[in-house]
Design a protein around this ligand. Structure first.
Ligand code: AI9
Ligand code: AOF
Ligand code: ZN
Length: 362
């Protein structure tokens, strides 16, 4: 097999741990000698051994003189686990093939430098694009200390998220809605607005056939209007945070506390998106899924506070000039001022389209 095939093996193992390693990145590692796989490993959960540890331990003495393929630069610091670069040097590995460097300031090239100093051959870049794409939230979070924001919208062919009556069940297909639950599983937190709570009474939980992790629920609710009898207050399914302005009735906060709902008044009368993202970053929330509605979507877009948009488009026409589009807000006056995107991918899912777009870097 060739280098890229062994790196593919490591990438696949890293991908298999989607949704479970936060706030750490997903990493896969493979030990190869004379065309034989001697060790395999993936980082399974923050605070547990790194991918390289599993792969090297499986290879044992055989690691001496072998090659190691790893999707992220071996760490060189004591976090919750000892540095992988020291382990690799001790194990006698001859050559290390790394897909991508680790931008974590604690690592950032030091892992590679240590390996080279110890006389280990290092090659960088095979599988870099995929290794980077799978950990984009981690790299964003390490740099900005705020979550990587994905706006998720579901709309009809003519861009509506509900009929003029407010009815929206269901616009997209069961396959698309299942895909949304996979997205939820992969995110640390999911955010919606109080209007969606009032109209859709959602649970915002992850309901995959095989279970799945519930993201922390976050509600933007300036005046604390979330009804106590809402599903996501009553179901106690997962930690729920409600961000409000600073002019709320403190008495009401107590009634939410008994449902393990944390109400956080922010510093201004209205909610500033950047302040919400900083508060979530302080709680080590690395990835945030924004599930609207249209006013919430427009506040993230107007503040350039998102890294990607995932739009599910159904082959249906809803029409109606008062039916709500998936982005609301004030909007622009002249098209020249439109927010510019670039389309990353378009795929069919069930009978729908799934479009992933990112802000166009000027
Ligand atoms: N109406 C549609 C959506 N509607 C999404 C709503 O805003 C709200 O997130 C859901 O009702 C969530 O409910 P729960 O958390 O599953 O209990 N989302 C979709 O992807 N397709 C649609 O057709
Ligand atoms: N998961 C992972 C790495 N993750 C790196 O180490 C940091 C976490 O360290 P710790 O707190 O000790 O788990 C994390 O922020 C990232 O920079 N490094 C690796 O060599 N291999 C791995 O499998
Ligand atoms: Zn490590």
């Amino acid at each position: 097999m060739h280098d890229i095939e062994y790196m593919d093996l490591a990438l696949k193992m890293a991908q298999a741990t989607r949704g479970q390693t936060s706030p750490n990145p997903k990493v896969g590692a493979v030990v190869i000698k004379n065309g034989e796989v001697l060790g395999l490993g993936a980082h399974l959960r923050a605070g547990t051994p790194h991918a390289e540890v599993y792969a090297i331990n499986a290879a044992g003495e055989q690691a001496r003189g072998a090659d190691l393929y790893v999707t992220l630069e071996p760490c060189s610091h004591y976090g919750k686990t000892p540095p992988c670069s020291d382990l690799l040097i001790k194990s006698g590995i001859k050559r290390v093939i790394v897909a991508g460097l680790d931008p974590n300031p604690l690592v950032a090239g030091q892992g590679i430098a240590k390996l080279k100093e110890a006389g280990i051959e290092v090659e960088i870049g095979i599988g870099k694009a995929e290794a980077y794409a799978m950990n984009e939230p981690f790299f964003h979070f390490i740099k900005t200390k705020t979550p990587f924001v994905t706006i998720k919208a579901a709309a009809s062919f003519d861009g509506k998220t509900a009929a003029k009556t407010g009815d929206s069940k269901w616009i997209t297909s069961p396959e698309s809605r299942l895909d949304v639950h996979q997205l939820r599983h992969e995110h640390d937190a999911i955010l919606t607005g109080v209007n969606t709570i009032i109209h859709d009474n959602p649970h915002l939980t992850t309901r995959l056939p095989r279970g799945g992790r519930n993201p922390i629920r976050v509600v933007l609710d300036t005046y604390l209007r979330t009804p106590l009898e809402s599903n996501m207050i009553q179901d106690r399914a997962v930690k729920t945070i409600i961000f409000t302005g600073n002019e709320i009735d403190i008495e009401k906060v107590a009634s939410f506390r008994e449902f393990d709902v944390e109400v956080i008044p922010l510093s201004q009368p209205t909610i500033l998106i950047q302040e919400v993202l900083q508060e979530l970053g302080k709680r080590n929330i690395m990835s945030l899924l924004v599930e609207g509605g249209s006013e919430i979507h427009s506040s993230f877009i107007d503040n350039d506070a998102y890294q990607q948009i995932i739009l599910y488009v159904a082959p249906k026409i809803i029409g109606g000039k008062t039916a709500i589009p998936f982005i609301g807000g004030q909007g622009i006056e002249i098209v020249e001022d439109a927010k510019k995107l670039k389309f990353e991918s378009v795929q069919t899912i069930g009978c729908d389209l799934k479009i992933i777009a990112k802000p166009l870097e000027e």
